[in-house]
Design a protein around this ligand. Structure first.
Ligand SMILES: *[C@@H]1O[C@H](CO)[C@@H](O)[C@H](O)[C@H]1NC(C)=O
Ligand SMILES: *[C@@H]1O[C@H](CO)[C@@H](O)[C@H](O)[C@H]1NC(C)=O
Ligand SMILES: *[C@@H]1O[C@H](CO)[C@@H](O)[C@H](O)[C@H]1NC(C)=O
Ligand SMILES: *[C@@H]1O[C@H](CO)[C@@H](O)[C@H](O)[C@H]1NC(C)=O
Ligand SMILES: *[C@@H]1O[C@H](CO)[C@@H](O)[C@H](O)[C@H]1NC(C)=O
Ligand SMILES: *[C@@H]1O[C@H](CO)[C@@H](O)[C@H](O)[C@H]1NC(C)=O
Ligand SMILES: *[C@@H]1O[C@H](CO)[C@@H](O)[C@H](O)[C@H]1NC(C)=O
Ligand SMILES: *[C@@H]1O[C@H](CO)[C@@H](O)[C@H](O)[C@H]1NC(C)=O
Length: 575
């Protein structure tokens, strides 16, 4: 690993000089009546500005990949954990010759020189002036602002394809995707300043602080160092949020005095992503993620993956997510665990774009990569609260967040307290894009739900979270200040660390790594503590606002529950 996201040039494509060929028929690919709440148009995007677009070319056999992945990830299967090579994944994901030909013909007819392609050949970039993009895609690109986003997004409310590309091009990015916050942090500080001595988890832990020692005690996580070097855990970083080595060192001195305080992480850079180490450069989220992976996955090599911001004033979480996943797809020797503590409202991505990112996660998990994603910190309502509504809490529309809803991700919710309850902010629910692949596991919950929940969520959608872990008052050091921080983005690196430690033991025993986790998790529910108490009405609404409740068995606050290390390790070694 260590190179840019977009690698090979598509040499098979050539440029023809000449006329733009007006297509006979344009087919609307996606349109929305208006921008999502909060986005305001500032008028047409400048016609002559050259804009870079990514086009997703249809994969030739995703159904085949899915079938193969089900087979290699299902305990008891004859090819269980025989993870695929990069080339095997490419053979399913790459576009067909027919698709490539259709794209080439269109590009040359319009005098477009394609830029780079992605590792599996399913994304290609083009750079064209806004005016040409408006014609090519029957679009009207505008500049949009949003109070939560520092800069502008160039987007269109409708995007079309010429009929000869329908079925060959799946996504045009950017177009109709509006990711509300970029990124939406799944964490928030709950306490700053001097810290009482953190010993272990005592009875006051409901309002007390969580440390690595505390998590080790609660879940039986060993402190003995990992022995395998090619079992790498990657922590993803977005949009100029940086992890600081000095803060990590201070954290280890305070909270893991048994390991050398110079233990550190390495940097992976995508698109010129940086990780400056000056005073004030750190941010809570990456510091949390780095400190609770190095602090818990003792001895596991940890990498911080920083995505470059293409334009310092132009944040684009959706594109960063795509770049990071594309980068990982290109790795010959990918990490074994990826931890993602970011997400946003599912439909802000748009179905086609979310699906394409999810397909990429499918390819990664098929190679034996476990992908952990925070389930979100907005309770049952997700990041969906309409800013214009007089009382957002009165709206019973329950939505989960993406990429946690991708069926190939393992979504991590949050608990609180030594007698664990679901955290009231723990995100979870049912996807509007992705069908459920665990009908049986969630059927108990659905059957027990009162009738008045009908219509508040999509009961056939992929149900999240899958698992949970403590998520309240994690002690961290950020910009030289010790503070505590709360969110499913604390739970996520902690759970990722458990998976990395189990992988270490599996590799040492000569066995393949855990890879795509969900079938294993749902087949190993006795390795989890079922969390049965809690109500996820969120922090912005009152405790009595309608929301989901934790219950016996799977629920949309804590999934199947919180892990018991020894039991999960035993199940992994036996499977
Ligand atoms: C919210 O209010 C703003 C300003 O009044 C308006 O431009 C926008 O369209 C409204 N959004 C929705 C979803 O109602
Ligand atoms: C950490 O410090 C010890 C001495 O205190 C030294 O032997 C070791 O090489 C250092 N490790 C790194 C990664 O710098
Ligand atoms: C970033 O984007 C803004 C808005 O489109 C533009 O004004 C600015 O020139 C861009 N900056 C760079 C460095 O490209
Ligand atoms: C519910 O989820 C399914 C996928 O299982 C999707 O096809 C459907 O459009 C969703 N329905 C709604 C109303 O969101
Ligand atoms: C961090 O804070 C401590 C006091 O809490 C201070 O002694 C030290 O100089 C600070 N370090 C940096 C790099 O600011
Ligand atoms: C370690 O990585 C190499 C590739 O770099 C791979 O061939 C080997 O199988 C890996 N070892 C284990 C035990 O997974
Ligand atoms: C959510 O839980 C926190 C911590 O237990 C508590 O302080 C807060 O009051 C709760 N909020 C609601 C609305 O229940
Ligand atoms: C359904 O009714 C129960 C019992 O009155 C109530 O607790 C719950 O909040 C209601 N759910 C919704 C979605 O209104």
């Amino acid at each position: 690993m260590g190179c840019r996201a977009l690698l090979a040039f598509l040499s098979i494509l050539s440029v023809a000089s000449g006329l733009s060929v007006a297509s006979e028929r344009m087919v609307v690919q996606h349109s929305r009546p208006s921008a999502p709440a909060g986005f305001v148009s500032q008028g047409a995007a400048p016609a002559t500005e050259i804009f870079s677009f990514r086009l997703a070319l249809a994969s030739n056999n995703l159904a085949g990949l899915q079938q193969k992945l089900v087979s290699v990830s299902t305990p008891g299967s004859s090819e269980f954990r025989q993870w695929l090579s990069k080339d095997e994944v490419t053979s399913y994901v790459q576009p067909s010759a027919e698709t490539v030909a259709a794209f080439n013909t269109w590009a040359s007819a319009n005098s477009i020189t394609p830029g780079a392609t992605s590792p599996h050949g399913d994304w290609v970039s083009i750079s064209v002036p806004v005016s040409q993009a408006n014609t090519l895609f029957a679009a009207k690109f505008e500049v949009f602002t949003h109070p939560d986003i520092k800069s502008n997004l160039v987007r269109t409310l409708s995007v079309s394809l010429p009929s000869e590309l329908v079925g060959h091009v799946d996504v045009i990015h950017p177009s109709t995707d509006f990711v509300r916050t970029s990124p939406r942090l799944a964490s928030f500080p709950t306490h700053k300043g001097p810290t009482p001595p953190a010993k272990s988890c005592d009875a006051s832990v409901d309002s007390g602080r969580i440390t690595p020692t505390c998590l080790q005690a609660m879940y039986g996580i060993p402190s003995t160092p990992a022995t395998q070097r090619n079992n790498t855990l990657v922590v993803t970083g977005f949009s100029n949020f940086f992890a600081e080595a000095a803060d990590l060192s201070s954290f280890l001195k305070q909270f893991r005095p048994d390991i050398p305080s110079n233990t550190t992480f390495s940097l992976l850079s995508v698109d010129g992503g940086e990780n400056p180490q000056g005073p004030g450069d750190g941010a809570d989220e990456p510091n949390l993620d780095i400190q609770y992976t190095l602090g818990l996955a003792t001895g596991v090599p940890i990498q911080f993956l920083s995505a470059g911001v293409h334009n310092a004033t132009f944040e684009d979480f959706a594109q960063d997510a795509l770049d990071i996943i594309t980068f990982l797809e290109g790795a010959e020797d990918p990490p074994t665990v990826v931890s993602i503590s970011y997400g946003s409202r599912e439909d802000d991505f748009g179905q086609v774009f979310a699906t394409k990112i999810c397909d990429a996660l499918q390819g990664l998990t098929a190679r034996g990569v476990s992908v952990l994603v925070a389930s979100g910190d907005q309770g049952a309502r997700g990041a969906t609260v309409n800013p214009n509504a007089t009382d957002p809490c009165s709206e019973n529309n329950f939505f989960p967040e993406f990429p946690a809803t991708c069926p190939w991700a393992t979504a991590v919710g949050a608990t609180a307290g030594i007698h664990e309850k679901a955290a009231n902010f723990s995100g979870g629910g049912f996807s509007i894009f992705f069908p459920s692949t665990r009908r049986q596991a969630v059927s108990g919950f659905l059957h027990a739900l009162p009738k008045n929940f009908t219509g508040t969520f999509n009961k056939t959608g992929r149900a999240i979270p899958d698992v949970a872990m403590q998520g309240v008052n994690y002690e961290i050091v950020s910009n030289n200040v010790t503070e505590s921080i709360t969110g499913t983005s604390a739970s996520t690196p902690a759970f990722a660390s458990i998976i990395a430690l189990i992988n270490d033991r599996l590799i040492a025993a000569g066995k393949p790594v855990l890879g795509f986790l969900n079938p294993f998790i749902y087949a190993s529910q006795s390795a989890f503590t079922d969390i049965t108490v809690g109500h996820n009405s969120g922090l912005e609404c009152s405790a009595t606002t309608p929301a989901f409740d934790a219950t016996t068995g799977w629920d949309p606050l804590t999934g199947v529950g919180t892990p018991l290390f020894d039991k999960l390790l035993a199940a992994a070694l036996k499977a």
